[in-house]
Design a protein around this ligand. Structure first.
Ligand code: 3H9
Length: 690
């Protein structure tokens, strides 16, 4: 049995060091060893103890991988109480981070010192739960109720300085060694004869300055559909209105309720899939190539967004444009993005002053780049010309990437003498903000190049998902399919506004027609012109009509919605309703009613069915890759875990039955994906394929 908490002495001070890499999660062994270490401290003649973390942080919280499994004693609340009940004082010395259960352990200690730069907080709500080891009871006793509500309901950590101001820690010190900081503070406390000081004995907190109803209303508004935030607030309320022991029991009850929810399951799935997407069997043991300089070709919205993302990661970037004017315009666009990053607090003024984009019209300037990302006009001819040029100037071993959103990467690779070094890197706009990056692996792409793309994505702070080559890759292929399902519903009688509202009610950031307005109706128009309607797809004549009228969406102030000063976020347009009704009557369609649940079901069923095809064809390696694409690039609600998890929750037999039912009206469009049929037949789930 390995020991996860080491015990040693410095004079009269006992030092308890938690050592459970990589993040000192409070799994069963650590909980057990913490109790043993406190027992030893009590039996020892040491007069005070310091608790520190050995890895890069103090404690990362409960071990999330234990969620949903049978609990094992001792539970974290008992561990925290055991520390708190120690007869001699215990000091927490926090560096790096104290999160969730980790922060709760710190609150069980009698004194807290945090090192500059440490992050402290309660991310539990982001996992669909609430602090379940006394965090909702002890925090308000230290910080007051409003600050505690802010901490536990947003899940956002605060830095050591703010933690000190809020009263979450007693001290904030400079330095980088928590042991030294802890020993110094403990030495002082010893000299003062400071006693154990349990937070549970402190007076119950007052009601919040903003009353409970206001808090409740605000949480409902800020987190529509989610339950954890409101329950976390109820637990804090219990701290104000009950004894400490009863408050703890109430916290436990609410915690257990949340543990049983699908939201919790979905959010934990999202937490792990952020990390699992980059763990591909084909990359095991593969060393990525080193990337010290990045080139970008094309200074439009995508190119400048990508250049911004590269610069924000600390890598130098060189951007090639066709003319001096275009290069200058690109430089200005990147500067604007960087200034925006400073305003949003993503970049310090000091670092901002040091970074600068190199722009040029000369491809030779890319000859030393390790990776070049092409982001020129979406045309095979233009892309092939660019790749021909890149093939001539780039050094051996450099990676040639295309940001195409649907073109065949194999055909682009084929113009070069080095197809093994060619890959797709599909960024989403705005590229310096959006988390998702589709890594499109062509037939001849070298696995080392794939590994480098994943390493670069990490450096750029992106979530990379592997996709095979097909029209639209994973994300846009699904999008065009579920958009088609929405179009079919409009033709049959649902208004675009009703569809948007129903899907936003489900939790999507935006409904499909709002998204179309944002992207520009000309984009959808061009895509349809290129591909023509696919099996069973309704051609949305009204879209073409709006397009002809110059109503291209947000950028022209009118699309499906009207955007003006009065309604910057868009308001309904009766003219659109008229146009749609005109199309229905031209086609002899008698409109029928659609309820919200039918809208949501049809839309998601189309998404799931096409996703099953994408997985079945090997375009996505695993269902979780699809979930990641939809969560991080297409506004799917995180607390629902993604379309594949949604399908597993609904049941694949039900999804199949829906497809069969819809197929009665439109059998071409609603063809069941073989993988979906197969899983439903065998009573399996998508998650079995992860
Ligand atoms: C809680 O505490 C509930 C209590 O209130 C109540 C209890 C009764 N568990 O992110 P990284 C893994 S809820 C298990 O790349 P970084 C992670 O999967 C918990 N595993 O590192 C990855 O594994 P792999 C509240 C965890 O340096 C590896 O560690 N706490 C956990 O970029 C490295 O992770 C949180 O929500 C965990 N808690 O960031 C904190 N955390 O190598 C969640 C990480 O196999 N964690 N792993 O892919 C984080 O925010 C970041 O991981 C952290 C480090 C900031 C700590």
């Amino acid at each position: 049995m390995t020991e996860t908490v080491h015990y040693d002495r410095e004079g009269q001070i006992a030092v308890l060091t938690v050592d459970n890499p990589p993040v000192n999660a409070l799994g069963h062994a650590v909980r057990r060893d913490l109790v043993a270490a406190i027992d030893r401290f009590e039996a020892d003649d040491a007069e005070i103890a310091v608790l520190v973390g050995s890895v890069k942080l103090f404690l990362g919280g409960a071990d999330v991988s234990e969620f949903g499994k049978p609990p094992r004693d001792p539970w974290l609340p008992e561990v925290v109480s055991r520390i708190e009940r120690a007869s001699k004082p215990v000091v927490a010395a926090i560096h790096g981070a104290a999160l969730g259960g980790g922060m709760e352990v710190a609150l069980g200690c009698h004194y807290r010192v945090a090192l500059e730069g440490a992050k402290l907080g309660f991310p539990e709500v982001k996992l669909g739960i609430l602090p379940g080891a006394g965090g909702t009871q002890r925090t308000p006793r230290l910080t007051g109720t409003d600050a505690a509500l802010e901490l536990v309901t947003t899940g956002a950590p605060v830095d050591a300085t703010r933690a000190k101001v809020a009263g979450l820690v007693d001290r904030m010190v400079e330095g980088d060694d928590p042991r030294i900081a802890g020993l110094a503070y403990a030495g002082e406390l010893l000299e003062q004869g400071a006693p154990a000081r349990p937070v549970c004995d402190m007076p119950a907190p007052e009601a919040p300055a903003r009353d409970w109803e206001t808090w409740d209303d605000e949480l409902k508004r800020a987190y529509p559909g989610e339950v954890a935030q409101q329950k976390a607030a109820r637990a804090v309320r219990a701290a104000c209105e009950m004894s400490f022991a009863d408050g703890l029991a109430e916290e436990r009850r609410l915690f257990r309720e949340l543990m049983e929810t699908r939201q919790r399951e979905a959010l934990v799935h999202a937490f792990f899939l952020e990390r699992q997407v980059s763990k591909l069997p084909e990359l095991k043991g593969m060393e990525p190539r080193s990337v010290d300089a990045v080139g970008i070709v094309g200074g439009g919205t995508m190119g400048t967004g990508i250049a911004t993302a590269v610069l924000l990661s600390g890598l130098p970037a060189t951007l090639v444009e066709q003319s001096v004017e275009a290069a200058e315009a690109a430089r200005l666009a990147v500067e604007k993005n960087l200034d925006g990053a400073v305003r949003r607090g993503k970049l310090s003024e000091e670092v901002r002053a040091r970074i600068d984009l190199t722009t040029t019209t000369d491809y030779e300037a890319l000859s030393e780049a390790d990776v070049v990302i092409e982001a020129v006009f979406e045309s095979m001819d233009v892309k092939r010309q660019v790749f021909d040029m890149l093939d001539r100037v780039m050094k051996d071993g450099a990676i040639l990437a295309t940001n195409t959103s649907y073109l065949d990467v194999n055909k682009i690779a084929a113009v070069t003498r080095r197809p093994a070094d060619v890959i797709g890197l599909h960024f989403f706009s705005p590229a310096h903000v959006m988390k998702l990056l589709e890594v499109v692996v062509a037939d001849e792409t070298d696995p080392e190049v794939v590994a480098t793309a994943f390493a670069l994505a990490k450096k750029l702070n992106k979530i990379a998902v592997r996709s095979g080559v097909c029209d639209g890759f994973i994300g846009n292929r699904l999008l065009s399919h579920y958009r088609a399902a929405a179009t079919e519903m409009v033709l049959q009688g649902a208004s675009p506004y009703r569809i948007d509202a129903a899907l936003e009610g489900f939790g999507f950031a935006m409904g499909p027609f709002r998204v179309a307005d944002l992207a520009g109706l000309d984009i959808g128009h061009a895509t349809r012109a290129r591909k023509g309607p696919r099996r069973g797809e309704v051609n949305p004549d009204w879209d073409d009509r709006l397009n002809e009228m110059g109503r291209l969406g947000r950028k022209t102030g009118r699309g499906y919605y009207i955007y003006d000063e009065e309604s910057p976020k868009g308001r309904l347009d009766p003219e659109v309703t008229e146009i749609v009704e005109g199309v229905r009557s031209d086609r002899g369609v008698r409109a029928r009613e659609f309820g919200d649940s039918e809208i949501v079901e049809r839309y998601l069923t189309a998404m799931v069915n096409e996703a099953a095809r994408v997985v079945g064809e090997g375009i996505a390696k695993r269902p979780l890759d699809v979930d990641a694409v939809l969560l991080f690039g297409y506004g799917f609600p995180r607390w629902r875990g993604g379309p594949m998890m949604y399908a597993d929750h609904v049941g694949l037999a039900t999804i199949r039955e829906r497809v069969e039912r819809y197929a009665r009206d439109n059998p071409d469009f609603w063809q069941i994906a073989p993988l979906l049929a197969d899983l439903a037949d065998n009573e399996k789930q998508f998650k079995d394929l992860n």
